[in-house]
Design a protein around this ligand. Sequence first.
Ligand code: ZN
Length: 283
Amino acid sequence: MGATTFALGCRSSKSGEIVDRDSVPPPNRRSDEASTSRAPTDVVRRVRALGHEVIWLGFSTVMLKLSDGRCLLIDPWLSFSGCPIKVDDIERLDAILISHGHWQHVGDAALLHKKTNAPVIAVEEVSAWLRGHGVTAAPKVNLGGTIDVAGLRISLTKASHSSGLLESESGYISYGGDPAGFVVHLPGDVRVYHAGDTDVFSDMVLIRQRFAPQIGFLPVGDVTTMGPEGAAMAAELLGLEVAIPMHYDLPEFTGTPEAFCQCLRTRKVDTHVRILSPGEMLS
Ligand SMILES: [Zn+2]
């Protein structure tokens, strides 16, 4: 892709109001700076000042902890050996978000729901499966929808992947509906995008136009999702200020965060990368 032109007839997610199209930043392009610079960007400074915690817990598990104690978990695979916290460590959750039906992403959702009563947010087919596995609060929502949970707005976006839920007793795979990504709207004009499992797709431009996420968790591991090059294209299409690589920390994956950084540099995409260790907070 050469120099990209984006149509900016857009609406920001900020409080849901229509905003001037020029207020949405253009695709990030730059010359040759290192994309792994640790210098805090505007949004990282704001997250820090607001007291929010954006934490990667390994694989695709992300915790968003607000300064007032509200806490969300996305794709909560806490039983993953690389995850530094376990179900027993969780005391409060206000929402559990599941991107799609694969078991590493449904993870420990049912256990966590039973422990905390937190509602589980997923497309209808995954919600229905979870209701059959003891989850009692799974509001109806689907792609394109935005709901309020615990006073936070959560938008479901499309993803390019598959979704199915394995029935352990029969071995059958139940239909899991369409896979999803999420944009979580945090207080203070901070929007965090979690891509779920996905390839890059051109409609990421629409996610940018609708929600203008500044921080994005992107899979980079290749093999079952996009790899470093696709993720670099995604960061560009989304206009991310900060990208955090995920979904690479299993032996079968070939894509690495370092290759992701290199692809961003090659494409001259002005997105800063934060390579976090499991349990590390964005700072
Ligand atoms: Zn998957």
